[in-house]
Design a protein around this ligand. Structure first.
Ligand SMILES: Cc1cc2nc3c(=O)[nH]c(=O)nc-3n(C[C@H](O)[C@H](O)[C@H](O)COP(=O)(O)OP(=O)(O)OC[C@H]3O[C@@H](n4cnc5c(N)ncnc54)[C@H](O)[C@@H]3O)c2cc1C
Length: 430
């Protein structure tokens, strides 16, 4: 079955409805006892708006993805999870609906939409299946964005159209000995005439079972430490090998593999950005990617909540719906508050990024909080359904298993707290 939804690329694009951010600025001091508190200047907006404001285009994307997720993904989600395989029709549907080049410009066959559109798409997909959500997220917010922002015109022309229409991408930074300390990576790229020769191994690479385009971070001069790290784009047939597919607790239909690179020859023109600046690309892109993981976790929490609360208003005990017991209703209220707070952190970080304002701290907060509450809410959702919640007859146990990954990839929760703590310190100590 093919997705039959209107491709996003065919949707007309109304002008953004968000008020312009006039640069007439207002500034304020924080009245705290801290030393050397910095003055924070923010652009003023003419008409303040809530975070629940979206462009017509963003609303259309939400509707399109919601329908696609219900019609195409939902019927397959359990089987994909059991078999630990992503259904090809789902991947084809993502391409057909313009969801694999959300921010890519129409010149490169993409949908030319906003970053928030990508975040909305990931959230809606994760309400139904977190594996599909991470495939779409990594592909858009990491792979496409690195090529869009740092690739030469030739690279963009060569790689972006395929990524928007038929080719899945992987982002290859982590290694067996380089996880949280990603810049301790040991994969090398040795210059050889007009090529580089890549040797090494990458671990935990999402989408690598389906991918044909790989962004690979390798060190061209290990004596320079992280300042030798360089980003290369390559296709699978250049010699990327899948050494092992991981068997995981959650997001089981998302492929996660160990890759090996054995004398892989890559032309110099495949360097993305500058030689030795790969670390900068990785830092900047992961700051942004974290908002996508936050969206994935908001979706997981909401998906579990929707299923469990609906169940609670169908199931009767003691002659009434179990959802009508005050002890249950208060738990629903508590969970709903947490989901809303996580969602607002996520949308706020996305809008800050779009407005070109600092967002690193807000992105880390969004990821940390959304992954924390996704585990809490999906865990509670199992309990709300009682025994059946513990079985595979309902998707609740799957939401809970899928929620665990949010606190691990694109920087563990400890690393998010480190980032937030460093930025708080910077604000208070000169
Ligand atoms: C399913 C899955 C998909 C993934 N997809 C990708 C991908 O597509 N591309 C990619 O490049 N990577 C990917 N990763 C890798 C992921 O980003 C790393 O697993 C993550 O960064 C953690 O690294 P690690 O597993 O080596 O854990 P470690 O770094 O060994 O951490 C183990 C524990 O030590 C703690 N710790 C480590 N350092 C510190 C510190 N300084 N302070 C406090 N605590 C610390 C961590 O918080 C954690 O609790 C994926 C991982 C998984 C599991």
């Amino acid at each position: 079955m093919r997705a039959c939804l209107r491709p996003i690329s065919a949707i007309s694009r109304p002008a953004l409805q968000r008020p312009s951010t006039a640069m007439a600025s207002r500034s304020f001091h924080r009245s705290t006892p801290a030393r050397n508190v910095q003055e924070i200047t923010r652009p003023a907006i003419e008409t303040p708006v809530s975070l629940w404001n979206f462009t017509e285009e963003e609303e259309m994307i939400r509707d399109t993805v919601r329908r696609f997720a219900q019609d195409v993904i939902a019927p397959r989600a359990r089987e994909m999870d059991e078999n630990e395989v992503m259904d090809k029709e789902v991947v084809n549907g993502l391409f057909e609906n313009g969801l694999m080049g959300i921010e890519t410009s129409p010149d490169h066959d993409g949908s030319g939409c906003s970053f928030t559109s990508a975040i909305i798409a990931v959230e809606e997909l994760a309400k139904v299946d977190a594996s599909v959500a991470v495939l779409c997220d990594v592909h858009n917010t990491l792979v496409n964005t690195v090529l869009r922002l740092y690739g030469s015109e030739d690279i963009k022309k060569k790689w972006l159209p395929g990524l928007a229409t038929n080719t899945v991408g992987s982002f290859c930074l982590s290694e067996p000995n380089a996880g949280s300390d990603a810049f301790g990576l040991q994969t090398t790229a040795k210059e050889d005439g007009d090529h580089y020769i890549i040797n090494g191994s990458k671990a935990w690479i999402s989408n690598s079972g389906e991918a044909d385009t790989f962004l690979v971070f390798a060190n061209v001069d290990p004596s320079k430490g992280y300042k030798g790290i360089t980003c290369f784009v390559m296709s699978k047939d250049m010699g990327v090998q899948i050494a092992k597919k991981e068997k995981k607790l959650g997001i089981r239909s998302s492929s996660t593999c160990v890759l090996s690179f054995d004398d892989v020859r890559v032309p110099k023109e495949n360097i993305v950005g500058e030689i030795g600046k790969g670390y900068k690309i990785a830092i900047e892109i992961l700051n942004e990617g974290r908002i996508g993981i936050a969206a994935q976790m908001v979706g997981v929490a909401q998906g579990a909540f929707d299923h469990a609360v609906a169940y609670a208003y169908q199931r009767k005990q003691f002659g009434k719906y179990i959802g009508d017991f005050q002890a249950m209703g208060h738990q629903f209220a508590d969970a709903a508050i947490k989901i809303e707070a996580a969602r607002l952190l996520c949308y706020n970080a996305a809008r800050l990024k779009e407005e070109g304002r600092p967002f690193t701290k807000e992105a880390a907060m969004a990821k940390y909080y959304a992954s924390t509450i996704a585990q809490q809410v999906s865990g509670s959702a199992i309990e709300w359904a009682g025994g059946v919640g513990f079985t595979r007859d309902l998707p609740l146990e799957k939401f809970w298993r899928d929620s665990k990954i949010g606190a691990i990839y694109e920087g563990t929760s400890n690393i998010q707290l480190e980032t937030i703590a460093k930025l708080i310190r910077k604000q208070y100590v000169s």
